[in-house]
Design a binder for this molecule. Structure first.
Ligand code: GLC
Length: 818
């Protein structure tokens, strides 16, 4: 963002010298490149096979095809037959996938590699690569041979891949792009950029996730173009029958990921790049943030208002002003004379403190972080060995090279003081990296890149990811057995292994509320399920209605945080008057009731690689019209929402997938597989629960784990047929779940016109504090005469609101209601 747009004591000594010398890179790099000859692959002359790797050559250039699993095949191109080191920041280290079977046959015009589900055909002429289903349906095929152009300025190549695009193909994915869910007809680039107040369709933004999903003829596949340079994707924009992706350097290297369900593609993408670790339970509560709450009295006042007004809240954030002159890892002692005391008082009241840490380290000989970095040569350097200097909040800064494991290790240790002070989470910002005036680092800055070396062209897009990785690893060591909480603005594919993300500096407009809904769905199917927006909008002023509608969407955002810029009016849930406060409170309470359901969705993400937000296209890809739906989405497995995104909206059309659904607020049952016109009073929003599901519920608490519960409420929604639901419970804070200290409860629900059966199966070793379930049944189509649990007859009870429920031991195996 332009520094002039921000509030606070911004360094005034920004030098004129930091001008636009590299601006061509920011704006239009490809067009500025002198015309050079395009070179194409020729004709396959021979191939060699080594295990699951095949290398085909035309005598000069080669491609490598590696069968990672029956469903995942990687293609790499080496223009001079010299493949680059096989290294990736995105792919997880302990990759544990193998093909079960594969074979190769040669025909007159092609080589055919076949697994149990995919046929990969490499045509001899031009090495055209295609991927097919076993029934012969082509999922993804080269339209022209892969090609390259020499890069006269930097060496290496611009590399290109062009695929054929059938008329019906729809495209999804690519991370945080602020556009419609279906990417068809659009061109994008990936170059992590600080984009304050970005607009609809603005590109690039903060994150680089070069992974897309194609859906054609009801079947899906994915492509992960694992290249950290500035990359481009054109989804039938320039040529209506072509999709291309290309890069300004590095290798043409992509993974074909077979479906045919979108859900399978997303899960397999997670197989390659990993999933989110389990967040601490408090991290999925409600968070209150602002640029900035200071001094201490202000922080305490905001916190105490939450408790006074009985609005649940788990975390409060300290933005840059808590630091001494924006020096990371220091405190401004004028504003925060005794941070440890303040943090411990807040903790006693159930608040965790999260602080901001940026990568820019102030050039200051009296500052220990700068001195340590300088002595150890941890800061990035220019091509000719000068230190990379640029201006950010503290003024003149140098920047750690997080692509060096030693630097990451050091950076991780710097959090010691903050952790000892009681800080519970860390927010890494400005890590695109952002530099005032020039946008980011110049291209010639050198990076260690795990010993493989590279200029900033290669390291730019992974800089932020490596920063937050080092933060995560550092916190993990310092906090011992407590799970870290981190959040980052810049990201590259695979960042989910280290952090949650938010969508950066959005605007308080209805349009941005809609953009947020698109971005979070997209992030979620691009591997980054733990994502959120600045609720209410970062810059600009929402009115009570926009703020409240955004809060409602926030309940169904995996990360739920209100945040706003420094020059805006107050943004606490009570700031817009009692009418709006009451609705915000009701919805934040709903978040707390749903916590065990949300936590289960996080577990399903962590363990089973399921995205938390699921667009309709992912739920029902076989219906072509669903590929254009983008406002309603599932939140976890059993809840579907369609946030209200227009002022004064009295009702909205919502599509419900097949099955039966219950309107959350009054339990009206609606038939799925069709659209419904749903009323949208201000204090409600379209929320639907799938028939056949079990939704666990906590009592409202002012913060997570405020109270022990002695009985867990389960809301069971009747549905005709057989369904499975899960409930996950663990300690909420430690890594014991890695040793199976958790409980995952599988409920099989069988609904008939005159009976309902619930069968429970429990896995895991955790001893919950509660003993029993209080089961509420919704939507039974018959009168209850008989309730039987594991052979014993039970009575139904009536609660204070007159609702029937059944109390059963938490270990019950079979419950029948008829
Ligand atoms: C950036 C962040 C924003 C933060 C501000 C000050 O603009 O995106 O969230 O409040 O910097 O640190």
């Amino acid at each position: 963002m332009a520094e002039s747009q921000k509030k606070g004591e911004i360094a005034t000594d920004i030098l004129e010298e930091e001008t636009l010398d590299n601006i061509h890179h920011v704006n239009n790099p490809v067009l500025d490149v002198p015309a050079v000859e395009k070179k194409y692959l020729n004709k396959v002359l021979s191939y060699v096979k080594q295990g699951n790797v095949f290398v085909f050559t035309d005598g000069k250039a080669s491609i490598e095809v590696k069968v990672f699993s029956d469903e995942i095949i990687r293609v790499r191109l080496a223009p001079r037959s010299l493949f680059l080191d096989d290294f990736s920041y995105a792919i997880k280290k302990d990759l544990d996938i193998h093909p079960t079977s594969f074979s190769i046959v040669e025909t007159a015009d092609a080589f055919i590699i076949k697994t149990s589900v995919v046929v990969c055909r490499i045509q001899k002429e031009g090495f055209l690569v295609s991927f097919e289903k076993l029934d012969g349906k082509v999922m993804n095929a080269d339209q022209q041979p892969m090609h390259w152009e020499e890069n006269p300025d930097f060496g290496g190549y611009y590399v290109y891949c062009t695929k054929h695009t059938p008329p019906d193909e729809a495209f999804f994915g690519l991370g945080d792009k602020s556009t419609h869910l279906n990417l068809r007809g659009r061109r994008f680039q990936n170059w992590n950029s600080d984009t304050y107040g970005f607009g609809f369709n603005q590109d690039p933004l903060y994150k680089t996730i070069p992974f897309y999903i194609g859906v054609t003829g009801g079947d899906a596949y994915g492509v992960f173009f694992d290249n950290t340079f500035r990359t481009y994707f054109d989804f039938a924009a320039e040529q209506p029958d072509q999709t291309s992706y290309w890069s300004e350097g590095g290798e043409l290297q992509y993974y074909y990921i077979h479906g045919p369900q979108m859900m399978d593609v997303v899960k397999r993408y997670h197989e390659l790049t990993g999933t989110h670790y389990m967040p601490p339970l408090w991290a999925i509560g409600y968070h209150q943030c602002r640029w900035s709450y200071y001094p201490e009295a202000n922080v305490r006042e905001v916190a105490s208002q939450f408790r006074k007004r009985q609005i649940p809240c788990d975390a409060i954030y300290l933005d840059i002003d808590y630091m001494d002159g924006y020096r990371c890892f220091t405190w401004n002692k004028r504003y925060f004379p005794d941070p440890r005391k303040m943090i411990s008082d807040l903790a006693a009241d159930g608040f965790r403190t999260v602080v901001m840490i940026d990568p820019g380290i102030k050039v200051d000989e009296d500052y220990w972080v700068f001195n340590e970095g300088k002595e150890n040569k941890y800061f990035c350097r220019r091509g000719d060995d000068y230190y990379m200097e640029g201006y950010v909040w503290p003024g003149r800064c140098q920047f750690p090279d997080y692509t060096n494991p030693k630097v990451r290790e050091w950076w991780g240790t710097l959090y010691r003081g903050l952790v000892e002070d009681g800080v519970a989470g860390v927010w890494n910002d400005m890590n695109e990296p952002a530099v005032f005036g020039r946008g980011t680092f110049p291209d010639d800055v050198r990076h260690y890149f795990e010993g493989l070396r590279g200029s900033h062209r290669k390291a730019h897009n992974i800089y932020g990811m490596q920063m937050v990785r080092s933060t995560y690893d550092g916190l993990k060591k310092l906090q011992k057995n407590r799970r870290p909480f981190t959040i980052t603005r810049a990201a590259y594919a695979g960042v989910q292994r280290y952090s949650s993300v938010w969508t950066g500096d959005n605007i308080a407009t209805w349009e941005h509320l809609k953009i947020g809904i698109l971005q979070l769905q997209r992030l979620s199917i691009s591997g980054l399920s733990f994502c959120g927006t600045d609720i209410g909008g970062f810059t600009g002023e929402p009115d009570g209605e926009l703020y409240t509608r955004w809060m409602q969407f926030g309940v169904f955002s995996p990360f739920m945080r209100v945040h706003s810029a420094g020059d805006t009016r107050d943004r606490e849930p009570w700031s817009f008057g009692p009418e709006w406060e009451a609705i915000c409170k009701k919805f934040i309470e709903l978040r707390y009731k749903l916590l065990p359901y949300i936590y289960t969705a996080f577990w399903r993400q962590h363990k089973y690689r399921e995205p938390i937000l699921r667009p309709i296209s992912l739920l029902e890809q076989h219906k072509p019209e669903n590929l254009m739906r983008e406002e309603e989405f599932a939140f976890g497995h059993n809840i579907l929402v369609s946030p209200v995104i227009q002022p004064g909206q009295q009702s909205k059309i919502v599509y419900l997938p097949e099955g039966n659904w219950y309107y959350y607020f009054d339990h009206t049952m609606l038939e799925g597989g069709q659209e419904h016109n749903v009323k949208t009073p201000l204090d409600e929003m379209p929320i639907f629960v799938r028939g056949g599901s079990v939704i666990p519920e906590f009592p409202v608490m002012q913060y997570t784990m405020e109270k022990n519960i002695d009985t867990l409420k389960l809301n069971v929604f009747w549905g005709q047929g057989r369904y499975e639901s899960h409930v996950y419970i663990d300690h909420g804070e430690t890594f014991a779940y890695e040793q199976s200290v958790y409980n995952e409860k599988y409920f099989i629900i069988e609904g008939e016109q005159n009976s309902l059966t619930i069968v429970q199966h429990i896995e895991g070793l955790y001893h919950e504090r509660f003993d029993s379930y209080k089961i509420y049944i919704v939507g039974l189509p018959f009168d209850v005469h008989h309730v039987e649990v594991d052979g014993d007859i039970l009575e139904t009870l009536v609660d204070e609101e007159g609702k029937y429920y059944i109390t059963v031991e938490k270990e019950f195996r079979r419950l029948t209601i008829s």
